[in-house]
Design a protein around this ligand. Structure first.
Ligand code: FAD
Ligand code: MLT
Ligand code: ZN
Length: 481
């Protein structure tokens, strides 16, 4: 299927790349850091969903903060627009160019700079792949405070720039809490050293927060300092079935009460989501056969007392079955079974990709209303567009996905603005964790007041007066005309 057409116009104030620019970049980065190869450019111009496609002719791969600074200073003086890029796993069209913006990929800045075993503070370059950090920390007896299905490709700089939530936010909180410091480069090349390693620091405005979740629109993150928790010995995983959405909600409340301090994940998927995974992912089987259940819940506990934690979870499950909240369930007997449960949940984005075109909505909604939206959406669409729901129930985050054979404006017209209006009416957020990117830059008003958006624009103007950093993304295009 083809990518979606953009309705945005190229900003005529931006220059186009010429041969002098290429020579300049080769001078500072060497031949290796200046990529013009067609195949590499196709990949860097195309997002993970194959939904958004740019037409950039140049990919730069800096190896140091100084190189990032030189690139940006030059691009700013030449009015060359740029797209910061990490692992290119973003789901809102933020990580690829819209037109011919220069792509700056941080992948070559992948060094771990320090790790303090006493405090658990890790300092690394922005291009470190999340899974490599997880593996490094595992050997040290620690874990990353975030984990997501894209860990094999996404970079910590991309995670910070999207303020990625993921599978264990419920336990370890958002990156606004665990990121202790950052180094970022502004559009004019200024390097901001905010790479603190302190838990507490109230000296003035905490500017690092501006860069967490700003999707490359205010600066390029080059280094990150992050607080990592110790790895605990007892991890238990259960896969459960519920008859209705009300039971899922009550189960969450019970889990918070009874598993409180050891609860580390509470994820859900509905029967359409399960059907999709079983159909499209090889080797996956339903852990709770033979009947089809309406809802599935994945619960994980992490603690330090193996026998107590296991007994606690077993008692909780027994009680949930007896009280009728849970209709069936299985507790993982070993690590392989636990990963097979996680594979079902984490494999959903890939299963959707294999099924065809996908319209993705990442919403924060009041828990009690969340599934009403899914049902209303289903009633509104004809069956060839399948409504698939899953998400981080423990965080109030619904991933509403509409899977269709191909992108079709008639389907889109039934989804939007309905989904955004519904979310806004219920005081939800139109982006819980994926960001706004290109997809939702013009939709920000559904979740933020005009005064707030105006202040965001003033900050953007202050930090990036020529608007070269990730143009057409995050903020509405009308502000820039
Ligand atoms: P990219 O996709 O390359 O970029 C994302 C944005 O950040 C872009 O706007 C880009 O310009 C900017 N950016 C990247 N690096 C930098 C930098 N160094 N400095 C400044 N700006 C930068 N998200 C979640 O929140 N929770 C999930 O559970 C989750 N699961 C996912 C599962 C799958 C299978 C996939 C494909 C995606 C998932 N995502 C999830 C979405 C995505 O946001 C994350 O994968 C990740 O945080 C993006 O990191 P990245 O390095 O790939 O960034
Ligand atoms: C997830 O939780 O699986 C991710 O955010 C990706 C998605 O929404 O598909
Ligand atoms: Zn998610």
């Amino acid at each position: 299927f083809s990518s979606v057409a953009t309705t945005v116009q190229r900003n005529p104030l931006f220059s186009s790349i010429n041969s002098d620019d290429i020579s300049y970049f080769k001078d500072i980065l060497g031949d290796r850091g200046v990529v013009q190869d067609e195949l590499a450019l196709v990949a860097a111009n195309t997002d993970w969903m194959h939904k958004y496609k740019g037409s950039s002719k140049l990919l730069l791969q800096p190896r140091s903060t100084e190189e990032v600074s030189q690139i940006l200073k030059y691009c700013n003086s030449r009015s060359l627009a740029v797209v910061p890029q990490g692992g290119n796993t973003g789901l809102v069209g933020g990580s690829v160019p819209v037109f011919d913006e220069v792509i700056i990929n941080l992948g070559s800045m992948n060094k771990i700079l320090s790790f303090d075993k006493v405090s658990g503070i890790l300092v690394c370059e922005a291009g470190c792949i999340l899974e490599n950090l997880i593996t490094f920390l595992d050997i040290q007896g620690f874990i990353m405070p975030l984990d997501l299905g894209a860990k094999g490709s996404c970079q910590i700089g991309g995670n910070v720039s999207t303020n990625a939530g993921g599978l264990r936010l419920l336990r370890y909180g958002s990156l606004h809490g665990s990121v202790l410091g950052l180094e970022a480069v502004l559009a004019n090349g200024t390097v901001l050293d905010m790479l603190g390693t302190l838990r507490k620091d109230n000296t003035g405005y905490d500017l690092k927060h501006l860069f967490i979740g700003s999707e490359g629109s205010l600066g390029i993150v080059t280094k990150v300092s992050i607080l990592t928790p110790p790895k605990l010995s007892s991890v238990n995983t259960a896969f459960l079935a519920c008859n209705d959405y009300a039971s899922c909600q009550n189960l969450l409340l019970e889990a918070k009460k009874k598993l409180g301090e050891i609860l580390s994940a509470f994820e859900f998927l509905d029967s359409d989501a399960m059907g999709l995974v079983l159909k499209h992912l090889d080797g996956v089987r339903n852990p709770l056969p033979p009947s089809v259940h309406n809802f599935y819940i994945l619960i994980e506990t992490t603690g330090s007392n193996e026998s107590f934690d296991r007994e606690n979870l077993e008692a909780f499950l027994l009680h949930s079955v007896e009280s009728g909240l849970v209709t069936d369930g299985v507790l993982a007997q070993d690590i392989n079974q636990a990963s097979s449960f996680w594979h079902i949940r984490e494999g959903l984005p890939e299963a959707l990709m294999k099924a065809g075109a996908v319209y993705k909505y990442d919403l924060s909604l009041p828990l009690e209303k969340m599934y009403d939206l899914v049902e209303e959406m289903r009633a509104q669409l004809d069956p060839k567009a399948k409504v698939v729901a899953y998400g981080h129930l423990g965080d109030g985050n619904l991933h509403l996905n509409i899977s269709a054979p191909e992108y079709d404006d008639k389907i889109l017209a039934k989804i939007e603005p309905f989904v955004y209006e519904w979310t806004s009416k219920n005081r939800g957020s139109i982006s819980a964790e994926h960001g706004l990117g290109l997809m939702k830059a013009n939709k920000i008003h559904y979740s933020k007041s005009p005064e707030t958006v105006q202040l965001m624009f003033s900050i953007k103007k202050l930090l990036d007066p020529n608007g070269i950093l990730n143009p057409y993304k995050v903020l509405p295009s009308t502000l820039f005309s």
